[in-house]
Design a binder for this molecule. Structure first.
Ligand SMILES: *[C@@H]1O[C@H](CO)[C@@H](O)[C@H](O)[C@H]1NC(C)=O
Ligand SMILES: *[C@@H]1O[C@H](CO)[C@@H](O)[C@H](O)[C@H]1NC(C)=O
Ligand SMILES: *[C@@H]1O[C@H](CO)[C@@H](O)[C@H](O)[C@H]1NC(C)=O
Ligand SMILES: *[C@@H]1O[C@H](CO)[C@@H](O)[C@H](O)[C@H]1NC(C)=O
Ligand SMILES: *[C@@H]1O[C@H](CO)[C@@H](O)[C@H](O)[C@H]1NC(C)=O
Ligand SMILES: *[C@@H]1O[C@H](CO)[C@@H](O)[C@H](O)[C@H]1NC(C)=O
Ligand SMILES: *[C@@H]1O[C@H](CO)[C@@H](O)[C@H](O)[C@H]1NC(C)=O
Ligand SMILES: *[C@@H]1O[C@H](CO)[C@@H](O)[C@H](O)[C@H]1NC(C)=O
Ligand SMILES: *[C@@H]1O[C@H](CO)[C@@H](O)[C@H](O)[C@H]1NC(C)=O
Ligand SMILES: [Cu+2]
Length: 623
């Protein structure tokens, strides 16, 4: 009897040991120590420039982890004169025992900027998320210059099979450093807000790239648009793509020949290679030129990359298709989980998107007439340190950040109405959302006469499409020019989450809002690490208080940074702009920036008006 008992005991111990071992392997820790810095490179073979790398390396190596693993990134600011921060795009930072909103990354939203020489420790576990993600700077437009890489979360229960995987980062590329591009863009000498035109597009941080294919092999290609501005079409000569994952969501396999990815978006596809290795094929990437205000003659819109089956065979030439109409669309896809349409919403946020000039002559981007201006205290700090009776009052976050307070568990509907004729990819931190309505573009008049169209906001009594039973959900969605998009999600992740356009130039123009989700629960769960507080102290930023840094009177917003005053009513800016663009800016832009740059310090409206008059006069004289 006792023998049997000890045998049983022994077995039990073995089982326990096995369980422990399993736990240990399920939660590996991946540690990275990264120091930011400039690295001289020539990614497109056309011009050397400084790219932003980690530890003197650019491109930055991919990161691969498994579901349930812990990721620790110690990010040291190695720049001499600018702050930095790092965002984990697509991560929810949802943990059972602790909230980790402070690991999300956007500067002045969830954390203080990391000052030169300082180190911020990003430390969290990857809970219940799998698939294709990426990391990038969330400080200024730094990631434009390469501070970005893929972050893949592997899943041993992947619902599809393949032999090999490849990660392919698509991006646009500028020859000037991002801060110069921003200065020229956000200037009164660019009154229409024409976005900077990239000089190139890159394929995995280079051009004329190749990937090698063995015959009869199934490849998983994970495409990520890590660019700042333009979306890209991707297709492979004589091969189909079977989409299996989008923005970290597994989808019912859908076969297509043409992908479209806006900045921030990811699409993973299976490709079954040919059984013959006799020739090579083109893997094409094409810039979405409709996003460009003007297409310079020397801009290469499309790039040919090689699918190499046979190194001795000739390279594939460029391969064109007739139409881009058939590109994948969110409504062709359904999540594998089968999650149904969220029933009617509890709370609706309507965001009207507009681009306009303010009194300083600069063109800004607005949600509901408010352009995001960073507060004095990161909004997460305000949410965590506010008195309980005030934490749900949007005023304490400031009146220039578009703060919306969400109740725990409610179904939130976000209606995006575009009063701008350009496409915008919108991204929500901390969630993926259902896409329940998406209008086509109304950038052009439906008459097809080439006339501009008019904004077509969402009309709830007359939706343009049937609500899908099983809508696609993802974390970055495109809003079409003059169109509308309607999203839904459950507010079940306490935190301060940024909602913004992922065209980084538009974020610089202020196209952002804050969702303050379940702040009372957030207060219970979110404890700032010592490192977090120390980084704020180095940056000389208060670690409590409202948006303006007050804690004596939480409703006092004196000293809050706010948007410039509007242009005077009488100012017929639109007419000016139309004229100025066609005659002046295009032809004389460079010249006038040099000429009038001297008067940059003059701030009043009259000076701007006079400047423009001079510009027009000059144009008249020279033409
Ligand atoms: C990273 O930095 C930490 C803290 O300075 C140090 O303890 C650790 O050994 C470093 N890890 C690696 C892999 O260099
Ligand atoms: C890429 O290919 C184009 C077209 O063949 C060529 O003009 C260019 O020099 C190539 N660039 C590099 C960096 O290989
Ligand atoms: C990471 O977070 C865990 C859980 O809070 C903590 O135990 C650990 O010490 C942290 N590691 C670092 C390097 O901060
Ligand atoms: C893309 O670039 C990354 C980082 O340089 C590299 O690790 C990866 O192998 C490249 N992918 C392909 C398909 O060549
Ligand atoms: C590779 O290409 C060369 C040159 O065209 C050809 O002679 C050879 O048969 C090809 N190899 C295969 C495996 O098809
Ligand atoms: C490819 O680029 C060339 C030169 O930039 C352009 O003439 C051509 O129209 C482009 N083709 C497509 C399909 O975009
Ligand atoms: C796959 O996409 C096509 C459009 O390319 C669509 O017509 C079809 O319904 C989709 N199939 C599935 C199973 O979702
Ligand atoms: C924005 O301003 C315009 C013009 O002043 C006004 O008509 C509109 O109602 C405002 N929109 C919102 C959402 O406040
Ligand atoms: C919205 O749709 C309803 C029903 O078709 C219509 O009566 C109403 O005029 C529309 N509202 C607007 C602002 O177009
Ligand atoms: Cu945008």
């Amino acid at each position: 009897m006792s023998q049997l008992f000890s045998l049983l005991n022994c077995l039990l111990q073995l089982v326990q040991l096995a369980q422990l071992a399993q736990l240990a392997t399920a939660g590996q820790t991946h540690e990275y120590n990264f120091t930011t810095g400039w690295v001289r490179k020539n990614p497109d073979g056309m011009q050397e420039k400084q790219m932003i790398g980690f530890n003197g390396m650019w491109p930055i190596p991919e990161i691969h982890v498994n579901k349930g693993d812990r990721l620790i990134v110690r990010l040291t600011n190695g720049f001499e004169d600018m702050p930095t921060s790092l965002h984990f795009h697509g991560f929810f930072h949802r943990q059972s025992d602790e909230n980790r909103n402070q690991m999300d990354g956007p500067q002045m939203v969830t954390q203080c900027p990391i000052m030169p020489g300082d180190t911020f420790v990003y430390n969290f576990t990857v809970v219940n998320q799998v698939g294709t993600y990426w990391i990038h700077s969330h400080s200024g437009a730094q990631y434009t210059d390469g501070m970005r890489t893929a972050l893949i979360v592997h899943d041993e229960d992947e619902p599809f099979e393949y032999d090999q995987e490849m990660v392919i980062q698509l991006s646009d590329h500028y020859h000037k450093p991002y801060y110069e591009v921003v200065d020229e863009f956000l200037s009164r000498y660019n009154p229409t807000g024409a976005e900077p035109i990239p000089q190139n597009i890159l394929f995995n941080n280079t051009v004329n790239a190749s990937i090698s294919f063995d015959p009869d092999t199934v490849y998983l290609l994970r495409f990520i648009n890590v660019g700042n501005f333009v979306a890209q079409y991707v297709y492979m000569e004589d091969h189909d793509f079977t989409i299996v994952e989008v923005d970290g969501t597994y989808v019912r396999p859908n076969t297509t020949s043409l992908l479209y990815l806006a900045p921030g978006q990811r699409t993973s596809v299976l490709v079954h290679s040919k059984s013959q290795s006799d020739k090579n094929y083109a893997l094409m990437q094409i810039m979405d030129e409709t996003m460009l205000d003007a297409v310079p003659d020397d801009l290469v819109l499309n790039r040919t990359n090689q699918v190499l089956y046979n190194k001795s065979a000739p390279e594939a030439g460029e391969f064109f298709i007739n139409s881009f109409e058939d590109a994948t669309n969110d409504f062709y896809l359904t999540p594998l989980s089968g999650t149904e349409l969220l029933p009617d919403y509890d709370y609706r946020i309507t965001l009207d998107v507009k681009m306009e000039n303010l009194g300083d002559g600069v063109n800004y981007a607005f949600f509901n007439n408010i352009t995001y201006v960073a507060p004095k205290v990161p909004s997460l700090i305000t949410a965590v340190t506010a008195p309980k009776h005030l934490v749900k009052n949007p005023s304490i976050y400031g009146d220039n950040v578009n703060a919306f307070v969400l109740e725990y568990g409610e179904i939130v509907e976000v209606v995006l109405n575009n009063y701008d004729d350009g496409r915008h990819p919108f991204h929500l931190h901390g969630h993926s959302f259902q896409i329940v309505q998406k209008s086509p573009s109304f950038a052009e008049s439906p008459e097809g006469n080439g006339e501009p169209g008019s904004p077509t906001p969402y009309n709830e009594s007359a939706p343009l499409m049937k609500f899908p039973d099983i809508p696609m959900h993802r974390d970055t969605v495109i809003l079409e020019g003059n169109g509308h998009t309607v999203l839904r999600f459950v507010a079940d992740n306490p935190g301060v989450w940024l909602f913004h356009c992922h065209v980084d130039w538009h974020l610089e123009q202020g196209l952002a809002a804050l969702f303050i989700e379940a702040p009372l629960l957030l207060q219970e769960k979110e404890d700032f690490t010592e490192n977090y507080l120390q980084v704020c102290s180095s940056a000389n930023i208060a670690v409590s208080g409202n948006a303006a840094g007050h804690e004596d009177d939480w409703l006092n917003l004196e000293g809050l940074p706010r948007q410039p005053k509007p242009l005077p009513e009488s100012f017929t800016w639109k007419g000016y702009v139309a004229f100025a663009v066609s005659t002046v800016v295009g032809l004389w832009g460079l010249l006038t920036i040099v000429q009038y740059g001297i008067s940059e310090s003059v701030q009043d409206d009259e000076a701007i008006y006079n400047n423009l008059q001079n510009l027009l006069k000059d144009a008249g004289e020279t033409s």
